[in-house]
Ligand binder design. Sequence first.
Ligand code: C5P
Length: 294
Amino acid sequence: MKSSDFIQERAAAKINLALAVGNRREDGYHDIDTVMHSISLSDCVKIRPSHTMEMTVKGAALPAGTKNLAYAAAELFLRETGRAGGVSITLEKHIPVASGLGGGSSDAAAVLRGLNRMTESGLSADRLRQMGALLGSDIPFCVEGGCARCMGRGEEIHPVPFWDHLALVICRPDFPLNTPEAYKEADRRPGRALLHAGRMEEAVRLRDGEYLASSLFNDFESFLFPITPALKETKIYLRRWGCPVLMTGSGSAFFLLAQDMETAGEIAEKIRAERPDWFAQAAQTTGDVSHGAQ
Ligand code: C5P
């Protein structure tokens, strides 16, 4: 491959249709039980062969070095496959950062997929997931995306047939949230009831919209709403559009389940007009992302 040729990978965001947070484990992580789905909102990762490690980030003020998960993923892949030299990565951000949409995790997974292709290493998806798990709990899901019930600290993937083309509005208010702090809130609630994502898995398998809407839940809402009034107010505001609304991951983004893409587009436009500092965009659920390379 010439250094002028590049490999391109789509890095799809995810939403958590249901998210139960369990107890803190000895390793400091929390057991979770969640149903995740990939969505059309995506970053774009381009990778070129290079003698040194280089990274450019467009569209967001993010570090372009070892602190960036995509960069760390490239270093890990090259080390694990015994390759000298580096790669040049260009990351075009469209997914809001620190929002529970898994953007950083998906960028890292896209780098692993892209390097596997570029170097013709032929590593299995399982191997890429194992590598991803070394860097972050959501990366294993993002290697193939689609829909899955994820357990353990998030890295145990149980695939569920995806339900694509569900119309969504993705909305992030103008403040980020901190994931480790959000998990700490769980520890301040000893003895709380532990939930599971089994109903949501069933709803997706049955493709039953009403069942899905009634199975939406995210434990982080009950942890964070009492201490972050702006987050609760965001949900109250978003409810006015008459659709089911749920926070994704540890926030601060929410998704609305819209009737169709036209309605989703209209709602997103109205939110942008009323809340110009917020991110609001129509999107839809998508299937396996690992074959969407261009
Ligand atoms: O795995 P990841 O690096 O994305 O997690 C970031 C932080 O979120 C962890 O350091 C931990 O504090 C918290 N976390 C957790 N339980 C999980 C996933 C993440 O406590 N299942």
